[in-house]
Design a protein around this ligand. Structure first.
Ligand code: FMN
Length: 183
């Protein structure tokens, strides 16, 4: 099983990265092949809305930025774990550019996303109420959901401003989440 973890935080000491890596490590211990990619540090531009990707079933996105290399890689993975901090009540701008570019998986004859793929979200936030931003998780996995992936129940981690603030209990929860992804 291949699991790819994607982070939408560009912060140098990112809590999101730390939690995703903990989840991936736990999944690896369960036998999964894992990979971490920081999408916030890649060159992924917003969707141009040109609908070039709807021309025929083999044409993807006309933009030749770092997303071009991700379409095949993500399609080969069984599980995609997406993480984003909450920025003003929603996912980061970098995460949103990535989600919008998922539109290219939707060809004129239907989704080109491999069947049976699972997607899951980790949301980090400063606010301690972890029930406050369900919309951020929905938006983070919306692209995969629209392309036919099975979206698992998200995990929220509150009271965070950087990686040093991640508590042992939160790390344990991220690890349990990672183990669940292998089931
Ligand atoms: C621009 C910006 C906007 C933010 N907006 C919110 C917010 O609306 N609600 C919240 O709870 N936290 C907010 N935060 C805090 C982050 O969500 C939180 O610190 C998160 O854990 C950062 O993740 P990172 O360490 O991976 O970058 C904001 C932080 C930044 C930099």
């Amino acid at each position: 099983m291949k699991i790819i973890g994607l982070s939408g935080s560009a912060a140098p000491k990112s809590s999101t990265k730390k939690l995703i890596e903990a989840a991936l490590e736990a999944a690896m211990e369960k036998g999964a092949d894992v990979e971490f990619i920081n999408i916030a540090k890649l060159n992924i531009k917003g969707c141009l809305g040109c609908t070039e990707c709807k021309k025929d079933q083999t044409t993807f996105c006309c933009q030749k930025d770092d997303m071009a290399g991700l379409y095949t890689k993500l399609n080969e993975a069984d599980v995609i774990l997406l993480g984003s901090p909450v920025y003003f009540g929603d996912i980061t701008g970098q995460s949103k550019c990535f989600v919008d570019r998922m539109y290219a998986y939707l060809g004129p004859a239907g989704s080109r996303l491999k069947k049976g793929k699972k997607a899951a979200a980790i949301i980090t936030q400063g606010f301690t109420d972890e029930t406050h931003y369900p919309i951020a998780a929905e938006h983070l996995t919306k692209g995969f959901e629209s392309c036919g992936a099975d979206v698992l129940s998200p995990e929220f981690f509150g009271g965070l401003h950087n990686a040093d603030e991640v508590t042992d209990a939160q790390l344990a929860r991220a690890k349990a989440f990672g183990e669940k992804l292998t089931e």
